[in-house]
Design a binder for this molecule. Structure first.
Ligand code: G3I
Length: 324
């Protein structure tokens, strides 16, 4: 990278755009180089796991905010925007929660208390919440999650209402994967959020996760999806992008395609009016693709914008060029 080039963060700051990454508080604590990379290249952060219910709720009546607070404090010290992730999800729930045979009313109380406590604690600090994450299944039906089975689809509206009650200034997002371009699932997400808008639910935006693992939705389709969501009056952010190629793909080809896809996607969503592009890891060394179940066997572990030595990759330059 030539010295005269601005960093991605500098450019994004100038363009009033969010370029973000998820953050691990364990890395933040122990690694000054990781901190430097965050400060230099990103102006927004999301907790990768620290704000999930399982992390915050060691027991029914106790909250542990230490790790999440650590990330929020770092962001504030460094003038970064915080995305809150996530208030309601079917994964990473506390061990004490799911086996218990609650009545619907008891579970509703637990969820309301959770949303009120967490969104309320970070009022004024978390700019955007992923209120509900991944409520739609891959075929476009509602996911038969723990929450859905016990509370029915009404848990979504309620979660947004509860979040709005305690954090009225935060933007409230529905966030999902595999609904980035056009297709069955993104149609279902569109219908879901359109219904919420029609019912007056306080939803502000939709997060397109953009995990491009093997499959890469056409950037024009993603732009069209962004535009139709914006036509509903909603904001759109890319919230968890990474671009991984199968281990069979030669390294040079993977690198070339990755660079091109990051650039094309960043251009397309920016042009269509998305407000943020958040990648799911500050650097390749901190990518979930390297340690999530069977992914390391299937994909190359280099899906991000910085390499594992925190050096910008060609994909980084491509995103920067796209934001200009
Ligand atoms: O912290 C424990 C550690 O104590 C233990 O030794 C270790 C053994 O497996 O597990 C550690 O917890 C892991 C945690 O990440 C922190 O590293 C969990 O097992 C693991 O399930 C968890 O994975 C996270 C996953 O969400 C589930 O919460 C990934 O890091 C995170 O990248 C991933 O992120 C999700 C988004 O939230 C939603 N969209 C998809 C995205 C990728 O799956």
């Amino acid at each position: 990278m030539a010295d005269a080039e601005p960093s991605l963060r500098e450019l994004a700051d100038d363009e009033d755009f969010l370029i973000g990454t998820c953050v691990r508080s364990s890395a933040l604590r122990g690694d000054p180089e990781y901190q430097d990379a965050l400060r230099e290249h990103y102006n927004a952060v999301t907790c990768e796991g620290e704000m999930k219910m399982g992390a915050l709720r060691p027991s029914r009546h106790a909250f542990d905010f230490e790790a999440a607070d650590n990330v929020v404090a770092f962001a504030e010290e460094n003038d970064m925007t915080v995305r809150g992730h996530t208030l309601v999800w079917h994964m990473s729930n506390p061990d004490w929660l799911t086996p218990w045979t609650h009545t619907g009313a008891q579970l509703r109380d637990i969820l309301r208390e959770h949303v009120h406590t967490v969104a309320g604690r970070y009022r004024g600090q978390v700019a955007a919440w992923d209120v509900v994450n991944e409520a739609v299944d891959d075929d476009g039906t509602m996911r038969e999650s723990f929450w859905f089975r016990k509370l029915g689809a009404s848990y979504l509206d309620r979660a947004f209402q509860w979040a709005h009650e305690v954090a009225p200034d935060a933007d409230l997002y529905y966030n999902d994967y595999g609904a980035d371009g056009l297709g069955e699932k993104s149609d279902a997400v569109y219908d879901l959020v359109e219904g919420m808008v029609d019912r007056g639910v306080p939803i502000d935006g939709v997060g397109l996760q953009m995990h491009a693992l093997g499959e890469r939705p056409d950037p024009d389709d993603v732009a069209a999806n962004v535009e139709r969501l914006r036509d509903l009056g909603l904001k759109v952010q890319v919230t968890e992008m990474d671009v991984a190629f199968s281990r069979d793909t030669p390294a040079e080809e993977a690198r070339r395609k990755q660079t091109r896809y990051y650039g094309d996607l960043a251009s397309a969503v920016r042009e269509a009016g998305a407000e943020a592009l958040v990648v799911w890891g500050a650097d390749d060394g901190h990518s979930w693709v390297r340690n999530w179940r069977d992914l390391p066997d299937r994909f190359r572990g280099d899906p991000l914008l910085l390499d594992e030595n925190y050096e910008p990759k060609p994909a980084y330059d491509a995103v920067r060029d796209a934001l200009r």
